[in-house]
Every structure is written in structure tokens, then in C-alpha cells.
Design a protein around this ligand. Structure first.
Ligand code: UDP
Length: 239
């Protein structure tokens, strides 16, 4: 078997807003964005169909607004809009590397992104365009993790690749607890029962009910997205 044979035909990559931070405490680091774009190009060159759900935590999270008394729905809409800004940055970075993309926003912003039309999105993927989803599911009280699970199901992705700062799922926070153990694989139900911070419960439940595996791994190591796509050992598999 070729060493470069992907294990999946169609994937959904969940990128948190934080993945665009680089060394900054806030906003978008364009060098980091470029480096992520290059990693995405590498798997695109393997003919993998790629959809990305981009988060917004590097700019604004609804919960931050509520902490100072903001109305939750408005605060979440601000978070939603933050994801669109990230989507534009990622689209620009990918297209500068020669990768054709389509930016699909769940709230209408005609000037910068297309609306979500399921069949059209699938067509984009079949034509080899990288699809960037922003604005989550378009409604407050949700996260981009839940949106990732929903869209992955709608486009029939075979797996969610959840790229984070940590190299998998641990029994406790490895930065605070030296005895924390990393799981190679873990069942959806155990993630929920143990309250492990992988994705929010709504996202995990959606994946569980529809048997959609999640691969959690670190984006800090540059070859990890490719390793994950090639089916090599990386991070933790939630199944
Ligand atoms: N958000 C929302 N509905 C969605 C997705 C996101 O209201 O369907 C808002 C919510 O306020 C969230 C913010 O957008 O805090 C940014 O998304 P998220 O926190 O999931 O980003 P990430 O942690 O992946 O950077």
C-alpha cells in the first residue's frame, strides 16, 4: 500500500479560533494562518475532500460577554461574526497557496460568503474546492464544535479531525495534573460521563447517535493533520 494513501475520502477539520493566535493573546497571526494553510494544502494534494469549521475564540466568545452582563444572544452573535473574520483570513491564506476554496457562512453576509446549501457544498467538495464553514450553525447558544458535528453529518464526512493545543484526550488537564493519562481511544459515553473536555456535550451526542468518529490531536506538530488523514497513530480517537 502506498505510504501516501489517505484513510478518508472526505473529512471535516475543526479549527478553533485559538489555532490562528500564534504567540499572540488575541486576534489573527497571519504567519500561523499561512502555516495552517500549507498543512491543509498538503492533504488537499492527496485528493482528500476537505471541509473546515472555523471557530472564533481568538476574537470573541459569547460567554465573555455574558460575564459582564451582556445579553447572551447578542454576545453569541458577536462570536459568530468573529468566526466569519477568521474564515476570510483562512480563505485568503489558502488561495494564496493556490488552493481553490469556497467560504460558506451560516448567517447571510453576501459580500464575503455563500449561504449554506447542502447540495451545493457537496458539489464544491467533489470539484476539489476546500469548503470553509463559518458562523457555526447561525444561531446563538451553540458552539462551532456542535456546528462541526452537524455539518460533518450533513456532508457525510467520514471523520471529524479536531485540531487543538493538546495532543489528545487526557484523564485530567495535563498542564495541571502530572498524573494525567492520555487515551489512545475512548468511547463517546466515557467522554460524557467523565466530563472530559473534548467537545461540548451536544457535539459529542450528535457524533455518538450517528457513529461519527472524532480524532483529537495537536496542531502544534506540523505533520499531524497529514498523519491523521493517512490513518497513522496520532492523538486520541473518540468512537
Ligand atoms: N457561536 C454561536 N453559535 C454557533 C457557533 C458559535 O453562537 O453555532 C458563537 C459563540 O458565542 C461562541 C463563538 O461563536 O463562543 C465562537 O465559537 P467557538 O467558541 O465555538 O469558537 P472556538 O472555541 O472553536 O474558537
Amino acid at each position: 500500500m502506498s505510504q501516501n494513501k489517505p484513510a478518508y475520502k472526505r473529512i471535516l477539520l475543526k479549527l478553533s479560533g485559538e489555532s490562528l493566535l500564534g504567540e499572540h493573546p488575541y486576534g489573527i497571526d497571519l504567519e500561523t494562518t499561512k502555516s495552517i494553510a500549507l498543512q491543509i494544502k498538503e492533504i488537499h494534494d492527496l485528493n482528500v475532500q476537505i471541509a473546515i469549521m472555523i471557530g472564533g475564540g481568538n476574537i470573541f466568545r459569547g460567554i465573555r460577554g455574558t460575564e459582564v452582563g451582556m445579553d447572551r444572544a447578542w454576545a453569541d452573535y458577536m462570536g459568530l461574526l468573529a468566526t466569519i473574520i477568521n474564515g476570510i483570513a483562512l480563505q485568503d491564506a489558502l488561495e494564496r497557496e493556490g488552493v481553490f476554496t469556497r467560504h460558506i457562512s451560516a448567517v447571510e453576509v453576501k459580500a464575503v460568503a455563500e449561504p449554506f446549501i447542502r447540495r451545493r457544498v457537496i458539489r464544491h467538495l467533489e470539484k476539489g474546492r476546500v469548503v470553509i464553514f463559518s458562523a457555526g450553525i447561525g444561531s446563538p447558544y451553540f458552539t462551532t464544535d456542535t456546528a462541526a458535528a452537524l455539518r460533518a453529518l450533513e456532508i457525510k464526512a467520514e471523520v471529524i479531525l479536531k485540531a487543538t493545543k493538546v495532543d489528545g484526550v487526557y484523564s485530567a488537564d495535563p498542564l495541571k495534573d502530572k498524573t494525567a493519562k492520555k487515551y489512545r481511544s475512548i468511547k463517546y459515553m466515557d467522554v460524557i460521563k467523565k466530563g472530559l473536555k473534548v467537545m461540548d456535550t451536544t457535539a459529542i451526542s450528535l457524533c455518538k447517535d450517528n457513529n461519527l468518529p472524532i480524532l483529537v490531536f495537536s496542531l502544534m506538530k506540523k505533520e499531524n493533520i497529514k498523519k491523521a488523514v493517512l490513518g497513522q497513530k496520532v492523538g486520541t480517537r473518540v468512537y
